[in-house]
Design a protein around this ligand. Structure first.
Ligand code: COA
Length: 160
């Protein structure tokens, strides 16, 4: 199920390429190692009565260097059949609560390519803000996917 999510061209439209089986398994291994190392990560999303596995939503620590790292990122990837129902926003709000209330983080960021409007709308719905001065080139992305927008939310903003 994880592999078919990562192999779907619609789901992966804003990434350089879909993932083959080996790449998808390697991503699953990285997600598990992240949980082992930090105690949090990209949680599997179950929609009770609808789908035992719809995708993932969660928190992770980016492994590249940029002007805003080290940081904790919030991210999401759902099967296209589950878009348009608010599941990503619901999961993201739970992940933010975990990051701020359980982990005591001061700030959580999120980033994507400028044209990923669906993802940007989730960022905006959960109260994140975008400052153009934060935009950056992703060091690991190929040329046509380099440009990224950065969104942030601070613990204090969420509490106010
Ligand atoms: C990014 C992604 C998770 C967003 O999914 P989504 O379904 O648009 O987001 P949500 O689950 O928050 O749903 C919000 C939509 O559902 C609608 N909705 C319906 N019922 C809702 C409810 N109860 N609560 C909130 N929104 C609801 C909203 O109106 C909104 O639609 P709109 O954006 O057209 O106005 C999804 O497009 C995806 O997995 N994309 C591929 C992977 C990807 O690009 N990930 C991000 C990489 S940075």
């Amino acid at each position: 199920m994880f592999a078919s999510l990562n192999a779907d061209p619609l789901v992966m439209e804003h990434f350089p390429a879909v993932l083959g089986l080996e790449e998808s398994d390697a991503l699953a291994d990285r997600i598990e190692r992240h949980f082992d190392e930090y105690g949090f990560g990209l949680w599997a999303v179950e929609i009770p009565g609808v789908a035992p596995f719809a995708g993932f939503v969660g928190l992770s620590i980016p492994q590249f260097q940029a002007h805003f790292t080290p940081c904790v990122e919030i991210g999401w990837r759902l099967g296209a059949a589950h878009w348009g129902r608010g599941y990503a926003t619901e999961g993201a709000r739970a992940a933010l609560a975990f990051g701020f209330d359980r982990l005591g983080l001061a700030e959580i960021v999120s980033f994507t390519v400028p044209q990923n409007q669906r993802s940007r709308r989730v960022m905006e719905r959960i109260g994140m803000t975008h400052n153009q001065a934060d935009d950056f080139d992703h060091p690991h992305a190929p040329e046509s996917f380099k440009q990224h927008v950065l969104y942030r939310i601070a613990r204090a903003e969420r509490l106010s």
